[in-house]
Design a protein around this ligand. Structure first.
Ligand code: SAM
Ligand code: SF4
Length: 337
């Protein structure tokens, strides 16, 4: 009797019947930028011994792959500023179960790394871009160099990934006048774009989140003045809702944690740079994988068992609000956005 690999494959199913197939792993909490919605100006980063080593991260990725996960996204912090990160990328790129291997990056290092990333098996890239104005880009990222980021985006486009998507966080009064310019930048390059509502992660002092809140519906109205947006049912396993513009390659996505709750179809978990398995972006339910790995060095089974058991504490939904209440004290760079 032949049993298909599919039916032998163990699955991770939570208490609400949702199968977890997607893991976002934060490679580092560090970053070469300090985006105003993501970090404070002065940040204290984790001491090195608290961060999982690249070998430990590889073990976690492999454990998830053996439990039915087929998509891994590396994020951070800025994943490409971690020393020797290519070793981890090559390891994950070699895992046969991981058919969708993606990364979220600020683009600053892509000029020199895009080719190697493709060769290592990375399939898709999300690149953050909130402004096309050099000075404003500098203000929003506090450190970023727009020219370098655009060169990075163009290098990635030239290498030819399966998918490239821009991520733009829209803040009222800061960059909401660039909604169409950013879209046209994506259209010119034949790549996708998602507009993101700012999330209340971490206490920030630079602006009042309730004043800068810009809903996806408002962004969509601005775009609809110039382009026809046709809803699609296409999903990329993420929380975006997608629209097509007739005749164009570019898809337009909206990530709307406030205005459209996407928890019902949640298929993902996160692992922080220090090895905390977070069951929900908006809740503190977590499991300390680092403690398990360091108590059983190099052993995959205890990690798999902890992941299996974690399914019972995955919460049903998050409870973000737009009134400025911070329910989650982690910063996005800690969480792995
Ligand atoms: N450094 C990489 C980058 O910027 O793409 C990856 C990590 S970053 C935390 C991942 C994504 O989260 C970025 O697109 C960023 O714009 C977004 N982000 C950060 N803080 C956010 C917040 N408070 N609300 C919404 N999106 C946020
Ligand atoms: Fe760094 Fe990304 Fe956070 Fe900006 S959004 S500070 S690039 S981690």
């Amino acid at each position: 009797m032949t049993t298909s690999i599919q039916s032998e494959q163990e699955k991770l199913v939570d208490g609400f019947g949702r199968q977890v197939t997607y893991v976002r792993m934060s490679v580092t909490d560090r970053c070469d930028f300090r985006c105003v919605y993501c970090m404070g100006e002065e940040m204290t980063f984790l001491p090195r011994e608290k961060v999982l080593t690249l070998e430990e991260m590889s073990l976690v990725a492999e454990a998830f792959a053996q439990l039915g996960v087929n998509k891994i996204r590396l994020t951070g912090g800025e994943p490409l500023v971690r020393r020797n990160v290519m070793e981890l990328i090559e390891h994950i790129g070699d895992l046969p179960q991981i058919t969708d291997f993606a990364m979220t990056s600020n683009g600053s290092q892509l000029g020199r790394m895009a080719e190697d990333l493709k060769a290592a098996g990375l399939k898709r890239l999300n690149i953050s871009l909130d402004s096309l104005d050099v000075e404003r880009f500098r203000q929003l990222t506090r450190k970023g160099d727009l020219t370098q980021v655009i060169a990075g985006i163009d290098a990635a486009v030239a290498v030819g990934f399966k998918g490239i998507k821009l991520n733009a966080v829209i803040l009222k009064g800061r960059n909401d006048d660039e909604i169409l310019d950013l879209l046209e930048f994506a259209i010119e390059r034949g790549i996708d774009i998602s507009y993101i509502e700012e999330m209340p992660l971490g206490e920030i002092s630079e602006h009042e989140r309730e004043e800068t809140y810009c809903s996806s519906d408002e962004v969509r109205e601005v775009i609809a003045q110039r382009y026809e947006l046709v809803p699609t049912t296409e999903k990329t396993d993420g929380p975006s809702r997608y629209f097509r513009i007739p005749g164009l390659k570019t898809k337009v996505g909206f990530i709307s944690p406030h205005s459209h709750n996407f928890c019902g179809t949640c298929n993902r978990v996160r692992v922080t740079a220090e090895g905390r398995l977070l069951l929900c972006l908006g809740n503190e339910h977590s499991v300390d994988l680092r403690a398990i790995i360091r108590a059983n060095p190099g052993e995959i089974e205890p990690v798999k068992q902890a992941i299996r058991e974690s399914m019972s504490i995955k919460p049903e939904r998050h409870h973000f609000t737009t009134d400025g209440d911070v329910q989650v004290v982690r910063f996005m760079n800690m969480t792995g956005g």
